[in-house]
Each structure stands twice: as structure tokens, then as C-alpha cells.
Design a protein around this ligand. Structure first.
Ligand SMILES: [Zn+2]
Length: 255
């Protein structure tokens, strides 16, 4: 597989999975049946979208963020999801360069789980157990395969405790119960060293994004922040470049 071809496949695969995920998350949230069938619809008028209306970002821009059928505004979150998926596809397709195809396949599913959790939490401020628990089990399985079980279990414990303390102390006002599951997932998948890195990045992202919203008074301190919106991007950054980031950090601050 040539490198260019792989990148194109990653981008296209990402775009397809992005559309699929939006549909999946909406149907899981509304408890609709038929998750695996049917095409994407306009969220307002439910008209099935044509192939031309499903081109990531471009369709949304061409139609100036409105539906061709009903003319209602379509949230910028949809194209954002598509861009994130296309970029993730291009970046993570490199996992396929390894010879152990089934292991790399499982790693890609792990990435996919993180992206689904990200879309769900960002949109609905919820963590769906039908996604988070399979994700946790997969992370545990991969830790066994990689022989990093000890680091993974410590990571899971760190991720869980951090959110459990906040959850019980604030009686669910600061973080949700689902954030504990995200913490376990992240810790198991990354091991404790990278988990600490991911938590730092998540809080930096949270501050950069939440502070302007607070200042603009769009949110007040009582609005629950969807932690997953920051945790999952931080998780993917550490999953991809954790080793380099930790090395950079050690060189920069310690030596
Ligand atoms: Zn419509």
C-alpha cells in the first residue's frame, strides 16, 4: 500500500465513519431501532440526504449551513464532526503499517470508540454505557495483548479516582457519572504515564474553550461541562504521540 493511497483511504474511511457516527449517536440517544440501516437524514425535516448533500464540510458550506429541503439551519457541529473524523482517518491509518493486522484493527476500533464517545458527550452531555463499556473491555484486552496490564490498571484507577472524587464531592454538579467511565477507558488504553499527560491536555483544552464561553456568559458556572468533549481529543493526542510528548516534556522541564 503506497503512502498516498493509504492517506486517501484514511480520509475517505474517516468521512464515511463520521456520517455513520452522527447517525448512530442520534439513534442511540433517541432509542430508535435500525442503527445499522438507513441513510443520513436532515435533523430538522427528516428528509433523506442525497449523496451530494453528504460530502463532508463542502455540502454544508455550499448550502450555507442550511437544509436544501426545509431551509432550516444545520448546526456547525455536523461539519465539525466530519472534519475531525477525516483528520483522524488520515492520522490513524498509519496504524495499518504494522504486520499484525488484527492488533492494528483493534487499535483502530479503539480510536473509533473514542470518537463516538466524543460526539455523544459533546452533543448530548452524556456518556452512553452501550459505547463506554465495550470501549473499556476493548482497552483492557489490548492492555493484555501489549503486556502493559500493570500500567493500564494504574491508569484506569487514576482516571476513575479523579472523576469519582469530583463526582461524589460535588454530588454530580461538576462532572457526571459517565466521566468516571471515560476516565477508566482512557487510563486502561493509555497506561498511567500517558493518562496523566492526557488529563493535563484535557484541562488545558477545557480552559481554552470554556473560559471564553464563561466570559461571554453563554454558560455559567452551573452548566455541566461535557468533559468527554475535551477528554477524548486529549486521549487521541496521547494515543498517537504520547511518547514524543512525554519525552519533550521531560527534556524541557526536567533537564
Ligand atoms: Zn431539512
Amino acid at each position: 500500500m503506497s503512502e498516498t493511497f493509504a492517506l486517501i483511504c484514511g480520509g475517505i474511511g474517516g468521512a464515511l465513519l463520521g456520517s455513520f457516527t452522527t447517525m448512530l449517536v442520534w439513534r442511540l440517544h433517541n432509542d430508535e431501532t435500525g442503527i445499522w440501516t438507513g441513510r443520513s437524514k436532515c435533523p430538522e425535516c427528516k428528509k433523506t440526504l442525497s449523496a451530494l448533500e453528504l460530502i463532508p464540510l463542502i455540502s454544508w458550506l455550499v448550502q450555507r449551513g442550511t437544509c436544501k429541503n426545509c431551509g432550516k439551519k444545520i448546526s456547525a457541529f455536523y461539519p465539525l464532526v466530519e472534519i475531525v473524523f477525516v483528520i483522524s482517518g488520515i492520522i490513524f491509518v498509519q496504524f495499518f503499517y504494522s504486520e499484525i493486522w488484527w492488533y492494528m484493527g483493534l487499535k483502530l476500533i479503539l480510536v473509533f470508540f473514542a470518537l463516538i464517545l466524543w460526539v455523544y458527550d459533546t452533543k448530548f452531555f452524556e456518556v452512553d454505557r452501550r459505547i463506554s463499556w465495550p470501549a473499556i473491555l476493548l482497552a483492557l484486552l489490548l492492555a493484555f495483548v501489549e503486556g502493559g496490564t500493570q500500567s493500564a490498571l494504574i491508569g484506569g484507577l487514576i482516571g476513575f479516582s479523579l472523576f469519582a472524587v469530583q463526582y461524589f464531592y460535588s454530588r454530580g454538579r461538576w462532572v457526571g457519572a459517565g466521566d468516571m467511565e471515560l476516565g477508566i477507558f482512557m487510563g486502561l488504553a493509555l497506561g498511567w504515564e500517558k493518562t496523566i499527560g492526557a488529563l493535563f491536555i484535557a484541562y488545558i483544552l477545557g480552559t481554552i474553550i470554556a473560559l471564553p464561553l464563561l466570559l461571554l456568559k453563554k454558560k455559567n458556572m452551573k452548566s455541566p461541562l461535557p468533559m468527554g468533549a475535551f477528554l477524548m481529543p486529549a486521549f487521541l493526542i496521547m494515543l498517537h504521540s504520547g511518547d514524543q510528548i512525554i519525552e519533550w516534556y521531560i527534556n524541557f522541564f526536567i533537564f
